[in-house]
Design a binder for this molecule. Structure first.
Ligand code: SF4
Length: 346
C-alpha cells in the first residue's frame, strides 16, 4: 500500500496507529499536534521518542510539501510560494498581510480542468487533485515558516475546489478541528466557478464557511465565452443555487467579478449585473483582472473600474474593489507554475 501524507491522517486514525504499534495512547495527540504545527522533520518532535519517530518515517510521508520558491512583493509584502509536492507536482500559495492579520490563498488542485479563458492555471493544464492534507499543509508550513498564526483562508488559488469535493470537505473539517488548527469556519472562504450540483451539496453540509461565486459576466452569452462551465449551468440555474445558499445558511454570498477592458466592464454590464443580483443577499467583489502573457483579456482602465463600481452602488449593491496585491511577483493564480512549465518543468 502506498504511504499516506501525515496531514491526511485524522486524530482517530492516529489513535488506531499508535495502538497497532503498541505505543501509549497519549502519543496520538502529541503526534497530531506536531504535524498540525507545520513540522515536516521528525527531528523537531522533541517530546517523541526516537523509536516512534522512526516508525513514523517508515509508515508515512512526512515531508509532503517543499517550498521550492518564495517571492516577496517589494510593493506590499505579499509572499508567493511555489510548493513542490512529494510526487513532483507543483502548486502555488499566496500570503497577504491585512490589518486583521495574515490571509492565505491556497490551491485545491495542481492545475485546473475548468478552462476559464482568462486564467493562467487553465492554460497550464491539469495535474491532479490535492489531498485534504496538502491543502492543510499550505497553511501549516507557511505559518511555521513565518512564525505567525494565519487569520483567514481563501480556497481560491489553483484549481476548482468543488471539483475536488470530498477532499475539500475533509480539509474544511480538519482546518476547523478544535484539537488541530482550530481555524474559525467563518474565517474560511471557498470560491467556485459555479459547479451547481456540488454547490447544492455544499450548502447542506452545514459548515459555516463563506461561499464566493465567480460570475464575471451579467449574461449567459458572454459568460459562456469566458467560462466553459457556463455552457453546463446557465445564470438562472446558478443564481437559483445561490438563493438557496442564502436562504438555507442565512449568510451573505459573495460574487467575484473580474473586470476586463472592453469585454465586461461597460455601464450597461454594471446595470445588467445589478438587475440580475437584485433580491439576493450578496456582496460584489470587483477584481482588477490578473493578466498573463498570451491572455486574450486585458485589465480595465481605472476610470472604467470607478464608473462600474459607482453604477452598481447607485443601483443599491454592496461593492468592494479588491486591492491588487503582489502584482510585481505575479500573484495571480497559476502564473508562476505556468512559467516553470514553460521552462520544461512539470
Ligand atoms: S479561474 Fe479558477 S476555475 Fe477557472 S480555470 Fe482558473 S483556477 Fe480553474
Amino acid at each position: 500500500m502506498s504511504k499516506r501524507f501525515v496531514l491526511d491522517i485524522t486524530l482517530p486514525e492516529w489513535e488506531i496507529w499508535v495502538k497497532e504499534k503498541g505505543f501509549p495512547q497519549y502519543r496520538a495527540g502529541q503526534i497530531y499536534q506536531w504535524f498540525v504545527k507545520g513540522i515536516q522533520e521528525t527531528a523537531r518532535m522533541v517530546n517523541i521518542p526516537e523509536k516512534i519517530r522512526s516508525a513514523l518515517s517508515d509508515d508515512f510521508i512526512i515531508r509532503g510539501l517543499t517550498i521550492e520558491q518564495e517571492l516577496t512583493s517589494a510593493v506590499d509584502g505579499t509572499k508567493k510560494y511555489i510548493f513542490l509536492l512529494h510526487d513532483g507536482h507543483r502548486i502555488e500559495t499566496v500570503l497577504m498581510k491585512y490589518k486583521l492579520g495574515y490571509s492565505i490563498c491556497i490551491s485545491s488542485q495542481s492545475g485546473c480542468r475548468m478552462g476559464c479563458a482568462f486564467c493562467a492555471s487553465a492554460h497550464a493544464g491539469f495535474g491532479r487533485n490535492l489531498t485534504s492534507g496538502e491543502m492543510l499543509g499550505q497553511i501549516t508550513v507557511v505559518s511555521d515558516r513565518i512564525g505567525e498564526r494565519i487569520h483567514s483562508v481563501v480556497v481560491m488559488g489553483i484549481g476548482e475546489p468543488l471539483d475536488n469535493y470530498d477532499e475539500l470537505i475533509a480539509f474544511l473539517r480538519a482546518a476547523n478541528d478544535e484539537k488541530g488548527l482550530h481555524l474559525g469556519a467563518r474565517h474560511i472562504t471557498v470560491s467556485t466557478c459555479g459547479l451547481v450540483p456540488q454547490m447544492l451539496e455544499f450548502i447542506y453540509v452545514n459548515l459555516q464557511v463563506n461561499l464566493s461565486v465567480s460570475l464575471h459576466s451579467p449574461n449567459d452569452l458572454l459568460r459562456q465565452r469566458m467560462m466553459p462551465v457556463a455552457n453546463v449551468y446557465d445564470l438562472n440555474t446558478l443564481l437559483d443555487a445561490c438563493r438557496k445558499y442564502v436562504t438555507h445558511t442565512g449568510r451573505r454570498i459573495t460574487f467575484e467579478y473580474s473586470l476586463f477592458d472592453g469585454v465586461n466592464d461597460s455601464v450597461q454590464d454594471a446595470r445588467d449585473l445589478a438587475a440580475r443580483l437584485r433580491g439576493i443577499h450578496c456582496h460584489i467583489n470587483l477584481i482588477a483582472a490578473n493578466e498573463f502573457d498570451g491572455s486574450p483579456y486585458h485589465k480595465s482602465r481605472s476610470e472604467q473600474v470607478r464608473l462600474f463600481q459607482n453604477t452598481l452602488e447607485q443601483a443599491g449593491m454592496t461593492v468592494t474593489l479588491r486591492r491588487e496585491m503582489g502584482a510585481d511577483i505575479m500573484a495571480a493564480c497559476g502564473q508562476l507554475r505556468r512559467g516553470l512549465q514553460e521552462k520544461g518543468q512539470p
